[in-house]
Write a protein that binds this ligand. Structure first.
Ligand SMILES: Nc1ncnc2c1ncn2[C@@H]1O[C@H](COP(=O)(O)OP(=O)(O)O)[C@@H](O)[C@H]1O
Ligand SMILES: [Mg+2]
Length: 256
């Protein structure tokens, strides 16, 4: 059976950074391969007209676990748009790849139903600047509530001990947004993209450190329901304490 993608029984993961080349499609395809190896068929929804994720999926060897692809960048008529974007009902993980240079309206639209938002960031000064704008837009334009802890950063193509790497870490720390993984700059990602596979589908001896970092991302993503539950609790506590006339503070009948 097919269902609307808006249902929150699945983790809808948005990978976003309006700067091209930051590693969005790399992250989307590798996460999809992790989920495909681990549990039920994941879905990748490709909003980028460059179609890198869709092309990767077309290259994917037929004997590997299936990943369901949705080509969202080809706009159909309104009447058939929801049919085009339909997601199989039993999908546990839906990963959305986004294009470079999106408008504020697109940003609002893409983030509206997201349960988790990952921003891959490269360590150059220009990329750090672009990422800070992207994160500010997420908070101020798309009104992503930091208390909901939906938002995390993945530092990508890092080379440790460089100045830009240290700058990146300082920048992310200052925002109080978690850096859930640090992916190194390695040809493993280039080869996995070429072959239509994920890092988890390559010989372990070659990719072990990269796998570990991807596992950190998946672990954080798997906590999405707990994060949401906690955010609802916190909102309720904040609302209750903001009500001065709560029944507890009213004088009891008959008291002096
Ligand atoms: N950690 C990495 N190490 C080496 N190459 C990488 C890494 N991450 C991405 N790349 C390469 O950088 C290029 C841009 O990455 P991509 O995921 O397509 O970015 P985006 O989708 O944000 O435009 C691709 O050729 C990809 O293989
Ligand atoms: Mg891309």
């Amino acid at each position: 059976m097919l269902n609307s993608p808006q249902r929150e029984t699945r983790n809808r993961i948005l990978v976003l950074n309006p700067k091209g080349g930051s590693g969005k499609s790399t992250l989307v395809t590798n996460l999809a391969a992790c989920y495909a190896q681990r549990d039920s068929t994941p879905v990748v929804m490709d909003y980028d007209p460059q179609g890198s994720t869709t092309a990767w999926l077309e290259r994917r060897p037929a004997d590997l676990p299936r990943i369901h692809g949705i080509v969202a960048y080809k706009k159909s008529m309104q009447a058939t748009r929801s049919w085009q974007l339909r997601v199989p009902e039993d999908t546990l993980n839906l990963i959305v790849d986004s294009p470079a240079g999106i408008t504020h309206d697109d940003l609002r639209e893409l983030t509206r139903d997201a349960c988790s938002i990952l921003v891959p960031v490269l360590p150059s000064a220009m990329d750090i600047h672009a990422a800070s704008r992207c994160i500010a837009d997420l908070l101020l334009v798309a009104k992503v509530d930091r208390n909901e802890r939906k938002l995390a950063v993945v530092a990508n193509r890092t080379r440790k001990h460089t100045k830009s790497y240290a700058n990146l870490m300082r920048f992310l720390d200052s925002l109080g947004i978690p850096i859930i993984a640090v992916l190194r700059d390695t040809q493993n990602f280039v080869h996995s993209a070429e072959q239509g596979v994920g890092i988890h589908e390559m010989p372990e001896s070659r990719v072990q450190p990269d796998r570990q970092q991807l596992d950190n991302i998946v672990r954080w993503l798997d906590g999405w329901e707990e994060r949401r539950r906690r955010a609802i609790e916190l909102r309720k506590i904040a609302q209750d304490s903001a009500q001065p006339d709560s029944v507890l503070h009213k004088p009891q009948f008959g008291s002096a």
